[in-house]
Ligand binder design. Sequence first.
Ligand code: FE2
Ligand code: FE2
Length: 194
Amino acid sequence: MIYMSEKLKALMDELKVNSSETYYHSMNVKNTAVKMLRLMNEDGVTHYTKQEVDAICKGALLHDVGKLWVKNVILTKDSSLTPEEMDDIRKHPAASFEAVKDELSMDEYEIVKNICLYHHERIDGGGYAHKKDLPMHVQIVSACDVFSALHYDRVYRKAMDYDETIRTLEEGKSGCFAPEIIKYLKKATAEAGK
Ligand SMILES: [Fe+2]
Ligand SMILES: [Fe+2]
């Protein structure tokens, strides 16, 4: 169970009401991250403590909460976004961190901060802020984020099937991911492909 303060619970409740798609997406990202973290720890690829795993899952749950401050018409627009609308969308990582930062313990602070701020960054510098030195846990949540975004229905388009989703990730069409990350994302989501 991940401990969430009353304010964080209220934010998630608000997200469920105002942008249920983002709310369920956040749940999916967290659920996939739990599986990936377990598999990577079991294989000794990562050595996260229980406390760190919980903090990463909390970051996964809260990464898009800043979309509460992006207009729904922009979030659900089914045609391409104007540069101004794109600017608004790109503010959501900082807005997520701003909304949650006072509700985090010292132990989880850096982990949740990095996930909120950098989940749209990629290891080759692709992304909103062109940041390259991404901690492993940010890359894990980012991969789960893209998987969820592509593989589940969005208001503005139908979901991609499992194979196409994985192909899109492998071909780098959603940004560059380390082979190891893709490998464990595939293992964690294999059920969805059956
Ligand atoms: Fe996001
Ligand atoms: Fe997301």
